[in-house]
Design a protein around this ligand. Structure first.
Ligand code: NAD
Ligand code: UD1
Length: 337
């Protein structure tokens, strides 16, 4: 099959591209490199022995994207492209709406024009807002996000659901990722945040390699096992596999499907720090700081539906995640630079 991967040069996209190439699919990446580096393509080639076709364009650029559709005749789309910084989205909500929602509008318009019937969309557990209970099920209410980033995901999910309703021949998989961490076991590709990381695992790995002095733990007074925030950390290799499973599902013409991609298991901040220390025989200095505004206490998935309907479940454990995250960071202390 030939798959158009928007945002395929990014963190999750690059791992998924490797998984697609490995199973013999052809890959066409569309990425404007606003949050990724061209070097990732060389790394993908090193891992897979093949290079994906690459277009450095914005998904918002309808004219150029139209040409890509005309040239490539793809069978399916995986739509990763988007901006993902929660803090930045609060400061620049218009940018988030225009980039994330605007590019999805263009993509949907062109996929209809070119009769592409299969699309996988990168959504997020953030669409559940502040959970009333955990684990989170796909049927739980969505919306009420505390930030524009999350709202763009809710809006795009709704747009895709409307399209699926209008056209029964359209197949849409909405994947709600929990907290992706880790890296390809080769250490050649991984997460490469610009500036000081916002997310926990890249912060830990940068403390481990002494780029940052000390980890700030945001709050130890939550109603959780040890007072620190609990999340469902999922290895990016498992997440990549989840996209292959979703494509297989779409080829059976299911219409609209929605899956949580998580492990079903919660891990606290302190548990993750200790797992990282154990996995890599390192010490991570940390201090307890006040809660981060907008954070929730606990979020983890019920991931049964993905297993029942796609036979997908996470295989890597938290120690694997910590080893692979560190392997990437220590081999690439400055990311792709
Ligand atoms: P990433 O920033 O590493 O990758 C996104 C890619 O999209 C980047 O390469 C960027 O250059 C590209 N891009 C952004 N806007 C574009 C545009 N208009 N046109 C073309 N390319 C564009 O992020 P990621 O972590 O790989 O996330 C991928 C997707 O998964 C995003 O949609 C994100 O919101 C979603 N997601 C990520 C997480 C996470 O924790 N990483 C969690 C849930 C959902
Ligand atoms: C954050 C986003 C979420 C997004 C996800 C992508 C917020 C409020 N939420 O989720 O919308 O989908 O990233 O992965 O930003 N922590 C620390 N110290 C740090 C960093 C984090 O203690 O330096 C804690 C947090 O308080 C939280 C946990 O670690 O309890 C995980 O944080 P993070 O990696 O940022 O992910 P989320 O908050 O789940």
């Amino acid at each position: 099959m030939k798959i158009l991967v928007t945002g395929g040069a990014g963190y999750i996209g690059s791992h998924t591209v490797c998984a697609l190439l490995k199973q013999g699919d052809e890959v066409v990446i569309v990425d404007n490199l606003c949050n990724s580096k061209i070097e990732v393509l060389k790394r993908i080639e090193k891992i897979c022995g093949k290079t994906p076709t690459f277009y450095q364009i914005s998904v918002q650029d309808e004219v150029k994207l139209d040409e890509v559709f005309s040239n490539e005749h793809v069978d399916a789309i995986i739509h990763f492209a988007g901006l993902k910084s929660v803090g930045e989205s609060v400061l620049k909500p218009d940018l988030y709406y225009s980039n994330n929602v605007g590019s999805s509008e263009v993509l949907i318009k062109l996929m209809k024009k070119h009769h592409v019937k299969n699309i996988v969309f990168s959504s997020s557990a953030t669409v559940y807002g502040t959970p009333k209970r955990v684990p989170l099920y796909e049927s739980d209410p969505i919306g009420g996000c505390t930030n524009p980033y999350g709202e763009t995901k809710v809006v795009i999910e709704k747009m895709l659901q409307e399209e699926a309703k209008k056209d029964p021949s359209l197949n849409v998989a909405i994947l709600r990722y929990f907290n992706p961490i880790g890296a390809h076991p080769s250490g050649l590709i991984g997460e490469d945040p610009q500036g000081i990381p916002n997310n926990l695992m890249p912060y830990i790995t940068q403390v481990a390699c002494k780029k940052l002095e000390c980890l700030n733990v945001f709050g130890n007074d939550y109603d959780t096992v040890d007072g620190t925030g609990v999340r469902d950390y999922i290895h990016v290799m498992d997440l990549a596999d989840g996209h292959l499973a979703a494509l297989n599902k779409l080829y059976q013409n299911p219409g609209l499907v929605i899956y949580n991609l998580g492990t079903g298991k919660g891990t606290s901040v302190l548990e993750l720090i200790h797992a990282f220390e154990k996995a890599n025989n390192l010490i991570i200095p940390y201090v307890i700081k006040p809660r981060r505004p907008g954070d929730i206490a606990t979020s983890y998935a019920n991931a049964d539906k993905a297993y029942q309907e796609m036979k997908w479940k996470a295989k890597y454990n938290i120690i694997d995640c910590c080893k692979d995250a560190w392997n990437w960071q220590k081999n690439n202390p400055n990311g792709y630079n």
